[in-house]
Design a protein around this ligand. Structure first.
Ligand code: NDP
Ligand code: MG
Length: 396
């Protein structure tokens, strides 16, 4: 790495990945500087972060919070902006070296495209962007010569396994999945699952949306799609294995049958740090893995009959076009519906499946088509949820 300090735009700085990114940056002030901080509506934390990291820009999406942030940062020299468009425009600033995308959902798409077009390397946590428009994003990245460095732990693991393997053919990759909090449970059990139960992940503390996605296995489905685009794979080259301890973060099997995996305690700061400093490994004091503390690392098949979302995601990937965009939008609405206690746990897969059947399929979507598909799917899914029995799990 050059001696120059890297200017980083941290999009979604107030979230789980965002705050851990700031921890990594805070530990390495000679290597990284925060250039932009963004939040959706958490003004208090954005202000606190801005005062600590002194970025050029602090951007709050929710325009109602603008005055509050502006006043708190008055006289600091930090420029305060509001709204989604401000993010899209500011990420292109010539002084930015890397954009870390840690906002949640479809909202990541436009800023990521703008950053790539401006030649910024992307540290990608916001997997939904690659799910929605993987082909478009990877083509743009090639065209503009930018790197997409994975932050998602599984993809970081694969990326690390591929270091030094240029020119060697991948037979397949094996994505590991913790199985979530309901591994081994039956459909009868899942029918009665509450929001509170679903928000308790056994191995990772994360934002609400990805925690629910982990409980339904949609997260693994989204990661299969993310992996296809990041590593240019066929669907048949991607396997998923449940590994409840989350110690092996994923594996690559090469043509000679040899398998490389990347291991460690579950801690997102490691993949974040690897993406920020790539290709350098930075010394840190994160807790180390002790093999004797884990005498049993176990592996099992995912149960796609019970956790239908994983199968639906594979199907969406096979169909291609705007189908992954459809499942992403349907899933975002379904998860929001579940978190609002409007639909049951199992109904989330029903919403996704109905959208896959009903929304107009397009084989070769443009960027505008993705925006339309997203909008159309959201409206359809919202209407569908209105017709579903309220809090279905209370009726059982
Ligand atoms: P959080 O919910 O914890 O944080 C989301 C961040 O994005 C917050 O800063 C939030 O602001 C902001 N945000 C939310 N909605 C919008 C929006 N519509 N427009 C702009 N900003 C928005 O999520 P996570 O950190 O858990 O996840 C972020 C991304 O990283 C997701 O795509 C997730 O799939 C991915 N990821 C997360 C992992 C994890 O361990 N958490 C692991 C691997 C991937 P505010 O705080 O103001 O609401
Ligand atoms: Mg992951």
């Amino acid at each position: 790495m050059s001696n120059q300090v890297k200017n980083i735009a941290v999009l979604g700085s107030t979230g789980s990945i965002g705050t851990q990114t700031l921890e990594v940056i805070g530990e390495n002030p000679s290597l990284f500087r925060v250039y932009i901080l963004t939040a959706h509506s958490n003004a208090d934390l954005l202000i606190e972060q801005a005062l600590k990291f002194n970025p050029e820009y602090a951007i709050i999406c929710d325009e109602r919070k603008y005055q509050e942030v502006k006043q708190a940062l008055f006289n600091t020299g930090i420029k305060v902006l509001a709204g989604h468009t401000a993010i899209v425009e500011t990420v292109t600033h010539p002084d930015i070296d890397m954009v870390l995308t840690a906002m949640v959902g479809f909202a990541g798409l436009e800023p990521t495209i703008a950053a790539i077009k401006a030649g910024k390397d992307i540290a990608l946590a916001n997997k939904e962007t690659l799910v929605v428009a993987g082909e478009l994003i990877t083509d743009l990245a090639k065209q503009h010569g930018v790197k997409i460095l994975p932050v998602d732990s599984e993809h970081s693991a694969i990326f690390q396994c591929l270091a030094g393997e240029e020119g060697n053919t991948i037979e397949k990759i094996i994505l590991t999945a913790s199985g979530g909090p309901f591994r081994g449970k039956t459909l009868e059990f899942l029918a009665g699952v509450t929001r509170e139960l679903a928000l308790k992940h056994p191995n990772w503390v994360m934002g609400a949306k990805i925690t629910i996605d982990s409980a339904t296995l949609m997260n693994k489905g989204l990661e299969v799609i993310e992996a296809k685009w990041l590593f240019d794979l066929q669907t048949s080259q991607i396997d998923v294995v449940v590994h409840p301890q989350s110690i092996i973060h994923s594996m690559v099997q090469f043509e000679d049958g040899s398998i490389k995996g990347q291991m460690g305690l579950p801690d997102m700061k490691l993949p974040i740090q690897y993406a920020l400093a790539y290709p350098t490994r930075l010394k840190n004091n994160f807790k180390r893995f002790d093999f004797t503390a884990y005498p049993n690392l176990t592996f099992e098949k995912p149960d796609i009959d019970t956790f239908r979302n994983l199968g639906l995601a594979f199907e969406a990937l096979k169909r291609g076009g705007n189908m992954p965009c459809i499942i992403n939008a349907a899933n975002e609405i379904a998860v929001a519906g579940f978190l609002a206690d409007d639909i049951s746990f199992l109904a989330m897969s029903d919403v996704v499946e109905s959208c896959m059947q009903k929304i107009t399929y397009q084989a070769q979507p443009s960027q505008a088509d993705y925006l339309n598909t997203d909008k159309e799917t959201r409206i359809f899914a919202q209407n569908l949820i209105k017709q579903m029995p309220l809090k279905a799990y209370n009726l059982i």
